[in-house]
Write a protein that binds this ligand. Structure first.
Ligand SMILES: [Zn+2]
Length: 314
């Protein structure tokens, strides 16, 4: 068993009680793609007799849509996805994130960066080991985590299998505090997963390549490592991931049973025969959940989609 810098023993995730979570951003109503993530994490948590938390990732006021949080919670409720414990709002936790960012800066792991977007674009969007020589020191600064000495990252994803990344080559020094004086997603997610005792992350494969950044941050902050499972995302006929940005249609709360059955089909799970209610369907699905049956694919599109899901990708 390894220890944190403070000497605290780190229990392997499997020996701790399971805590899972669903963490939507209130940038719009939930669509079918978000339901897949919510349902998969809910079923995985309950099948392990664990807890399932919901966290609202509202740290980006520039992208927020008024009323979206209320809509998201109503949709989760109509689909029977009742969370355990209190709702957590990231917008109320800025000072915690700031303290972690300050600590990383103090110990030399993070540094202020004034590089312009256009200069970074000329480097393929990957920040090199040193900043733009002629950056304007009067411009707002971001805070970046130094990854040049990070060892190669390798982890076993429960759905996708082995995943490797070299942070310095594939990502570069990355932002943990934004120029707009807002905490970056990578930092907030790591702090909150630790604070909430999360052991298992089940989410869409579009976040698979973010995982090594989060694991490296966990190591730098002396936090526990988590287990990860990245489920395939649903793509439209052009192979584009469905997202709020591509105007995926909002879920119809009145069609919760059909939405959940289609999500079970997508996730490679058996479906109950004629479930009488959303609650009965979810109980059945928890009892029959097999993460091994989830397609080991990054995305499904077009003819690969079960017929029940095609409506959602049109
Ligand atoms: Zn820079």
């Amino acid at each position: 068993m390894s220890t944190t810098p403070a000497g605290e023993a780190i229990a392997p995730p499997s020996s701790r009680p399971y805590v899972g979570r669903f963490a939507p951003s209130p940038t719009g109503p939930l669509h079918f793609g978000s339901l897949l993530g919510a349902l998969a994490s809910f079923l995985d948590a309950h099948a392990a007799s664990g807890r399932w938390l919901v966290r609202i990732e509202d740290i980006d006021p520039l992208r927020e849509q008024p009323g979206a949080t209320r809509q998201i919670l109503a949709t989760l409720a109509s689909h029977g996805l009742q969370h355990d414990g209190e709702l957590l709002f990231q917008s109320q936790r800025t000072e915690l994130y700031r303290a972690a960012a300050d600590a990383l800066q103090r110990n030399g792991m993070a540094y202020r960066c004034h590089c312009s977007r256009s200069w970074l674009a000329r480097h393929g969007g990957i920040h090199p080991a040193t900043c733009q020589p002629q950056a304007d020191p009067g411009s707002p600064a971001a805070l970046r985590l130094a990854v040049q000495s990070a060892p190669p990252s390798l982890f076993e994803d429960r759905v996708q299998g082995q995943y490797q990344q070299l942070l310095a080559r594939d990502v570069g020094d990355f932002v943990i505090w934004r120029k707009e004086d807002l905490p970056a997603y990578q930092l907030a997610v790591v702090i909150d997963d630790a604070a909430q005792g999360v052991t298992d992350v089940v989410r869409g494969s579009d976040l698979l390549d973010n995982t090594p950044r989060q694991q490296y941050l966990q190591q730098q902050l002396g936090l526990r490592q988590l287990r990860y499972a990245h489920i395939p995302v649903i793509a439209d006929r052009q192979g584009q991931k469905l997202s709020k940005q591509t105007f995926a249609r909002p879920l119809d709360d009145a069609a919760a049973l059909d939405n959940l059955l289609a999500a079970l089909d997508f996730l490679g799970q058996q479906r109950p025969r004629q479930p009488r209610s959303v609650a009965a369907l979810l109980r059945w699905a928890v009892d029959h959940w097999r993460i091994e049956a989830v397609p080991r694919r990054l995305a499904l599109a077009g003819d690969e989609l079960p017929p029940s899901c095609r409506l959602f990708a049109s």
